[in-house]
Design a protein around this ligand. Structure first.
Ligand code: ADP
Length: 260
């Protein structure tokens, strides 16, 4: 075939077209696979608290209601399962809105120091229950201004600090620190808890991934907290890193753009 043969050009164009279509098909297949897995995960996660609540309520109906002590215990267990269900649905909604980009970030100038202080106050109760010492350390004077979505960054901080308390030791210490480099504020949350074994470290940001399934569920975890953190930070063009040593503790760290 000669170089100026029109069929040769057509052939090349056709090849490009087929390759492009094949890529689109592969992407659709990947999305379909993702959707199927997501649905299976979600159904499984929803089933657990529903079955538990159902079990307690049916046992009450079947007669346990007559014994005051058993009744109170079962009612509070049913309520706990439903609270877990509520948290799960809320986290699922947040994650799905973040994944589809349905919610736009509302960037503004916020004082991360006062946000952290407020979150400390909200978490006081769970920290006290575990005798955890929560501390904020910074060498920066006054308010610390960053560019962030106020509500979303509160969620990031809450999830990280709550995890540090939840998975940390009884009588443990959680240190939140705020430092700066030229352009960023560097925030880190450190605990002195049991740490995360290295084989799990790269997976903890996946939805529903838990290092110790039963322990995480006992502590009211939905398995979505860190997936939400990662999504919110990525919308802030920020990456989160984690360092952990078994029996020593865990540190999560991320940077946010500084503002004057
Ligand atoms: P959960 O809702 O179960 O807490 P997350 O997505 O927030 O889910 O965390 C995923 C898993 O990572 C947790 O189940 C826990 O096993 C582990 N993890 C998270 N933070 C810590 C921490 N500070 N120390 C030890 N393990 C942690």
């Amino acid at each position: 075939i000669r170089d100026d043969n029109p069929f040769k050009k057509l052939n090349a164009e056709f090849f490009v077209y087929v390759t492009k279509k094949q890529k689109e098909i592969d992407e659709l297949k990947r999305l379909e696979q993702f959707r199927r897995e997501f649905l299976a995960d979600v159904s499984h996660e929803l089933k657990t608290p529903i079955f538990a609540a159902q079990g307690f309520i049916h046992t009450l109906i079947d007669g346990a209601v007559d014994d005051e002590r058993v009744r109170d215990k079962f009612l509070s267990k049913a309520a706990k399962s439903l609270d877990g269900l509520d948290a799960l649905v809320k986290d699922l909604l947040a994650l799905s809105q973040l994944e589809t980009g349905e919610i736009k970030m509302n960037f503004e100038r916020v004082d991360i120091r006062s946000i952290t202080q407020e979150i400390f106050e909200q978490l006081e109760e769970i920290a006290e229950a575990k005798h955890t010492q929560l501390r904020l350390r910074t060498s920066l004077p006054g308010p610390i201004w960053v560019k962030a979505d106020d509500q979303r960054i509160r969620q990031v901080m809450t999830n990280l600090i709550e995890n540090a308390v939840k998975y940390g030791n009884e009588n443990g210490r959680v240190l939140v620190s705020l430092e700066e480099d030229k352009k960023h504020i560097i925030m880190s949350v450190r605990d002195d808890g049991p740490g995360i074994p290295p084989e799990h470290l790269s997976r903890i940001f996946e939805r529903f991934y838990r290092v110790e399934k039963s322990r995480s569920k006992d502590r009211g975890g939905t398995g979505l907290g860190l997936a939400i953190v990662k999504h919110i930070l990525s919308a802030h063009k920020a990456k989160i890193t984690v360092m952990s040593k078994v029996d020593k503790g865990t540190t999560f760290r991320f940077k946010l753009d500084k503002m004057d």
